[in-house]
Design a protein around this ligand. Structure first.
Ligand code: MN
Length: 232
């Protein structure tokens, strides 16, 4: 993460944060939230087998490893996944790396599933989000171009994001590995997972094709309403 904040700022941010990951938010042991649609719901853009392996195997592994890392710590075990990610920089060193990687994986994927929907229900940004996107990036198309460029440009594994602060100031950014913008004091609004496990079965090395495809299955109703809650 490029941005670091002191503990008090982070704590203040956490107290004001909307709990946006209800299904994944319960403290240890964390559980894998079910997909909010069928495995084949994102076809033909995201294939069924990728969704099965990505959700049932990869996300489950992040959950299991996070639970293992926190099992011996009764204090940290009481925190929600949001709180853990917000407080990342203040955690004890031996646990910090596990929370960063496994907790980040759990947080990012829990959000990711919710921000996707079948292409027929993808819709468009509306309301305050549509206004903010146009104001910040010039148009919806320019925003999508910027997000695509960020996603294609991630070296190795990571994520591209649309993020906001509480005032609704939007930005496109990227993070390596499973780092999440929440740990840098920014709220992820929508993210594109560009780990190869997210696309390799169908797209192999053609990450730009996958990135273009996933923009057909963004759940803009969810994302619009998430932006509104985060900036309320
Ligand atoms: Mn993934």
């Amino acid at each position: 993460m490029t941005t670091r904040r002191c503990f008090l700022e982070i704590a203040a941010l956490a107290l004001g944060a909307e709990r946006i990951l209800a299904a994944a938010d319960a403290p240890v042991p964390f559980t894998l939230p079910p997909l909010p649609y069928a495995y084949d719901a994102l076809e033909p853009y995201i294939d069924t087998q990728t969704m099965q392996i990505h959700h049932d195997k990869h996300h489950q592994a992040y959950v299991n490893n996070l639970n293992k890392a926190l099992a011996g710590d009764p204090v940290l075990s009481k925190l929600s996944i949001d709180e853990l990610m917000v407080k990342l920089d203040t955690l004890p060193a031996p646990i910090r790396t596990a929370v960063r990687n496994q907790g980040g994986g759990h947080y990012n994927h829990s959000l990711f599933w919710q921000t996707l929907a079948p292409a027929s229900q993808s819709g468009k940004p509306s309301g305050e989000l549509a206004v903010a996107l146009t104001k910040t990036f010039g148009s919806q198309e320019k925003f999508e171009d910027g997000l695509k460029t960020a996603a294609v440009g991630v070296f190795g594994s990571g994520w591209a994001w649309l993020t906001t602060d509480k005032a609704g100031k939007l930005a496109i950014e990227s993070t390596p590995n499973q780092d999440t913008p929440l740990s840098a004091g920014r709220y992820p609004v929508v993210g594109i997972d560009v780990w190869e496990h997210a696309y390799y079965l169908k797209y192999q090395n053609r990450r730009p094709e996958y990135v273009a495809a996933i923009l057909h299955v963004i759940n803009w109703d969810f994302v619009t309403s998430r932006f509104k809650k985060l900036t309320a």
